[in-house]
Ligand binder design. Structure first.
Ligand code: AMP
Length: 435
């Protein structure tokens, strides 16, 4: 490529118009389903003070330690492109005192996140997440409802996800477990990778989600947190499982599934897909009852999850997005300058009535315009010649039915109106052109 031609940064990508239908379907279904559960959309800034993530995600995580896009801005302030949205949502919740007495505040978001990770299939440096946060309750039914919502959303776009579940305990039971974990790690220290050896003392829980091959046989022998839960955590975990079972949701308990920070408590979950290869996680979530306090707010119970939209769109069956592909209901073909002007006028009238219309700007033969209409997969072509102009009657051709008939403008409006109504019906049969 010519050196002067710029291209996008490695790990980022352009989502081109022909790829967008799947994204639109996924985003629209997420909004629709989340709002049925009472979650309302929040949009927080993409850029935040670095401190927010250092505190909210934790300095010892890979995200904060290695992956953030951080720079000093013109006001000499350290700012960061958000690597995730939970910290921002909780910050906003505190800042705008969204706390509703004893009620729950339910929020969802959709947007880009930034992490300078190693490039890999299914992993980008700018990627998109849709996520939800529920603030104000530690009722295990909230955990189960949130998981149900996430799985239903996946199901609604034809994606099969497997639920992995764990409890990571709390400030009462986890320290005792961590002590046991540390002892077990000490006994086998030389067998672990360098990162694990460092984590063994700084944040030993994180050894459990190390992916390095040589560590795996030793990780399998480490004590598991589920054997060390206190009575309250045990009861919470039991209830979450009971509610999930009541809802008919299968799950697999994975005692090694952890979130490494102190303010993560109890429920931790992941939803994985069999269709994604190594980067198989579709969603990750958990309870973070201590996060609001870490960010300077009042004690607030909370749970949330984030899903990778890029990965969802990758595994979403194509038939899910076929109906959302853009195509004009009417392609307006014209044969002269006056006919072009009428085409523009008719297109304006019909667009105001909600129809998608396409008018070509370069005048070609009728044949080339028909070719273009077919290429755009237009439903109909309206042919405007001098005769049609004089009589105010137009030839309309249904490209789906291969039939042609004549219409006045009011007839065209009626016909397209009923065509659109029919198209909305489930298993849509398109309106028949009049005989
Ligand atoms: P996390 O915020 O790390 O718990 O990730 C939640 C979900 O976001 C994951 O399950 C992935 O589906 C998605 N995700 C995280 N990082 C990336 C990335 N670099 N590229 C694409 N998707 C990602």
């Amino acid at each position: 490529m010519d050196e002067l031609v710029l291209s996008n940064l490695s790990g980022t990508r352009d989502l081109l118009p022909e790829e967008m239908a799947g994204w639109h379907v996924a985003e629209e279904r997420a909004r629709n389903i989340f709002e049925r559960y009472g979650y309302l959309e929040i949009r927080t800034p993409i850029i935040e003070p670095t401190e927010l993530f250092a505190r909210g995600i934790g300095g010892d995580t890979d995200i904060v330690g290695k992956e953030m896009y951080t720079f000093v801005d013109q006001s000499e302030r350290s700012v960061t492109l958000r690597p995730e949205a939970t910290a921002s949502v909780v910050r906003s919740y505190i800042q705008h005192t969204m706390c509703r007495g004893s009620g729950i505040t339910k929020l969802y978001y959709i947007g880009p996140m930034f992490r300078h990770e190693k490039k890999q299939k299914g992993r980008w440096r700018q990627f998109y997440q849709v996520g939800a946060e529920s603030l104000g309750s530690d009722n295990p039914a909230v955990d189960a409802e949130m998981i149900e919502m996430a799985l239903w959303f996946l199901d609604s776009i034809g994606v099969k996800g497997r639920l992995l579940l764990n409890s990571v305990g709390c400030g009462n039971c986890r320290p005792g477990y961590i002590e046991k974990l540390r002892q077990a790690l000490q006994e086998n220290m030389p067998h672990f990778c360098e990162d694990c050896q460092r984590r063994a003392t700084t944040n030993s829980l994180r050894v459990l989600d190390c992916k390095v091959d040589r560590c795996q046989p030793y990780i399998e022998k480490l004590p598991v947190i589920t054997d060390h839960l206190c009575a309250e955590c045990s009861s919470h975990f039991h209830k979450v499982r009971e509610y999930l079972t009541d809802a008919g949701i299968p799950f697999q308990i994975v005692p090694r599934l952890v979130r490494g920070l102190d303010y993560y408590v109890r429920t931790a979950f992941e939803i994985v897909s069999g269709d994604l290869g190594a980067q198989n996680a579709l969603a990750g979530g958990g309870r973070y009852d201590g996060l609001a306090e870490v960010l300077g707010g009042p004690p607030t119970k909370g749970i949330g999850f984030a899903m990778g939209l890029d990965r969802l769109v990758m595994v979403m069956p194509t038939e899910q997005s076929v109906g959302a592909q853009w195509r004009p209901e009417l392609y307006l073909a014209f044969m002269s300058e006056p006919a072009f002007k009428r085409a523009v006028e008719l297109a304006r009238i019909l667009r105001h009535r909600g129809h998608t219309c396409y008018v070509e700007f370069s005048q070609g033969s009728l044949k080339s315009q028909m070719r273009q209409a077919n290429k755009l997969m237009a439903d109909h072509v309206l042919i405007i010649g001098d005769n049609e102009l004089a009589n105010d009657r137009y030839a309309i051709k249904s490209l789906r039915e291969s039939r042609q008939w004549e219409v006045t403008l009011p007839e065209l409006i009626d016909y397209l109106g009923s065509y659109r109504e029919k198209a909305k019906e489930p298993g849509a049969q398109m309106a028949e052109p009049p005989a």
